[in-house]
Design a protein around this ligand. Structure first.
Ligand code: SAM
Length: 212
């Protein structure tokens, strides 16, 4: 199994095989904007995300853009029961593989930007944590903030949104009175090195300190 410090090499990620990395790369070649990254996140980066997500709260956990399940695997290794996790993946092939790989996780093939439609009868559910890894480079700042406002309306009190992104400044700017944003330490054992962005329910809307 990949250790905490493994880079996002073909052997890391879900720890399965180089095939995953090839699948990821092939999908990136077909849909570069939807994929965002050319390789799965490293185990160290996924663990950093899970450490900052408010999974200690009781309640379901929502994962958006799981890819081939590197963050899903980190959640499970963190002791989260698979039944608590709902993973929404747009790519039908990835969704099918996720279902095979994690049969007790609730995998939904659908759009993480349209949760009312994708969650269907579960649309009113509140989540303990939302882990977000969908590329948003093609969205303007106002659209990103509107999207995250929607996510915050779906959180339990105290719950947060965490985001994997290689950007050097907060990908989604704080919305005063709704959420603030801070950053984890940079994870060097990832290609490229990157931070986890942490969005917290906030009354003041202050932007949190960004660690080096
Ligand atoms: C950068 S990859 C992240 C995969 C994995 N979480 C990781 O960290 O390696 C982005 C994933 O988001 C998925 N995706 C893109 N747009 C989406 C959408 N609107 N709804 C759900 N998933 C989406 C892509 O298919 C891809 O699997």
């Amino acid at each position: 199994m990949a250790g905490d410090g493994d880079l996002n090499t073909p052997e890391s990620g879900t720890g399965s095989s180089a095939t995953d990395w090839a699948r990821f790369l092939a999908s990136w070649a077909r849909h570069p904007i939807k994929m965002g990254a050319v390789a799965p996140s490293s185990r160290a980066y996924c663990n950093m995300m899970v450490r900052h997500a408010t999974t200690e709260l009781d309640g379901p956990i929502l994962e958006l853009g799981p890819g081939l399940g590197v963050v899903t695997r980190a959640l499970l290794d963190h002791g989260i029961a698979p039944e608590r996790i709902t993973s929404i993946e747009y790519d039908p092939d990835f969704a099918r593989m996720l279902r095979q790989r994690f049969p007790r996780v609730n995998v939904i093939q659908g759009d993480g930007f349209d949760l009312d439609k994708t969650l269907g009868p579960r649309r009113a559910e509140k989540f303990a944590a939302i882990l977000f890894a969908i590329p948003i480079a093609n969205l303007g700042q106002a659209e990103r903030q509107a999207l995250f406002r929607d996510y915050f309306s779906r959180l339990l009190p105290g719950g947060n949104v965490t985001q994997l992104s290689y950007l050097l400044k907060p990908p989604v700017e704080a919305v005063p009175g709704v959420f603030s944003v801070s950053a984890s330490p940079r994870v060097w054992r990832n290609i490229p090195p990157a931070r986890v962005w942490i969005y917290s329910q906030d009354r003041a809307g202050q932007t949190g300190a960004v660690d080096s």
